[in-house]
Write a protein that binds this ligand. Structure first.
Ligand SMILES: C[S@@+](CC[C@H](N)C(=O)[O-])C[C@H]1O[C@@H](n2cnc3c(N)ncnc32)[C@H](O)[C@@H]1O
Length: 307
């Protein structure tokens, strides 16, 4: 299953409330839906990167199952952080194994003016794209990493993040007419939303060890492929195979048993139902996704929301 957060998917859901029928039995969340709808109306509560498997298309469905109240919010596979930026919880633990992504979060959080300054000075040319792509980026500052990451994300092919064995970014130039390389309104809004967070590089299992009863953990792992022919976006050099999926289920179940609110998304592969069916509610939802890089292949895709 190809889950690309490509540019064809830019239409924002315009806030959590937009298009959301008040769910009957899950109405717990309805109390804050209005506030979220208002927050989204300014167009600022959106991720600052496009991310493969980004959750913006699924937000209306996901928001139905977010509890009305929770203490600390955990997002251990943060990626673009679509649900985090929609909810903007006061206390949040945001983690991912992608170190450059996390340094980008730190750059946006702590040095947003510098990131904006750098991004606005970077020209949109193929030559500059390849020059920047080759920088030894890991030895530079968080602000420089953030500008590097965001520029390549906005101008590279389909907004993909892919590296070779030497951890060198190898996505080609994207050929967009006018990509929004420096969206300073969104960057500033994201910087504010991140103010109280400490984004860090961590595997999902250790990232949630400190979760307490009443906290909310939202797991959005790399999806189980729906078929053998699905092209799978692995995000990391290590990948996320069947063993990791079982480990995730075990971690989620342990959290649930100790009173932590758990919300999970995954593909609608039968093996996912088999993993979660006995101990969790598995809800089939449909999301509009770009299932193929050709816009003609855009369509509704069935996914699972699990709690
Ligand atoms: C489906 S994406 C998350 C998308 C995100 N919810 C969004 O809205 O953009 C999965 C993320 O998991 C991260 N990841 C992969 N393996 C991981 C692991 N073992 N622990 C933590 N994060 C991991 C990847 O780097 C990737 O950013």
């Amino acid at each position: 299953m190809e889950r690309l957060g490509g540019p064809g998917l830019e239409a924002p859901p315009r806030g959590a409330g937009a298009g959301v029928d008040t769910p009957p039995e899950t109405g717990a969340y309805g109390g804050v839906q209005r506030a979220l709808a208002l927050r989204g109306a300014d167009g600022t509560s959106r991720p600052f990167v496009k991310w493969a498997g980004g959750k913006r298309q699924l937000l209306p469905e996901l928001l139905r199952y977010v509890p009305a109240q929770f203490s600390t919010y955990f997002e251990p596979f943060v990626g673009g952080g679509a649900l985090f930026f929609q909810l903007r919880p006061r206390r949040a633990v945001l983690t991912d194994v992608n170190a450059r992504l996390i340094r980008t979060y730190l750059g946006v959080k702590n040095h947003v003016d510098e990131v904006i300054g750098l991004l606005s000075s970077y020209p949109h040319t193929e030559a500059f794209f390849y020059e920047l792509r080759d920088w030894e980026i890991d030895s530079r500052s968080d602000a420089e990493v953030a500008a590097w990451f965001i520029y390549l994300n906005k101008t590279g092919f389909n907004g993909l993040y892919r590296v070779n064995r030497k951890n060198r970014f190898n996505v080609p130039f994207g050929r967009y007419d006018k990509p929004a390389i420096c969206d300073d309104t969104t960057l500033r809004a994201c910087s504010l939303a991140l103010a109280e967070t400490e984004p860090r590089v961590e595997d999902f299992e250790t990232a949630v060890q400190a979760a307490m009863p009443g906290d909310l953990v939202y797991f959005d792992p790399p999806y189980v492929p729906v078929s053998a022919t699905s092209s799978f976006t692995s995000y990391t050099q290590q990948g996320f195979g069947p063993e990791a999926q079982v480990r995730l289920r075990d971690v989620a179940l342990a959290l649930k048993r100790r009173g932590v609110h758990v919300l999970l998304s995954n593909s609608s592969a039968e093996s996912v139902r088999a993993l979660y069916g006995a101990d969790f509610e598995v809800i089939e939802v449909s999301a509009i996704r770009l299932v193929n890089s050709k816009s003609t292949k855009r369509g509704a895709v069935t996914e699972f929301v699990i709690r």
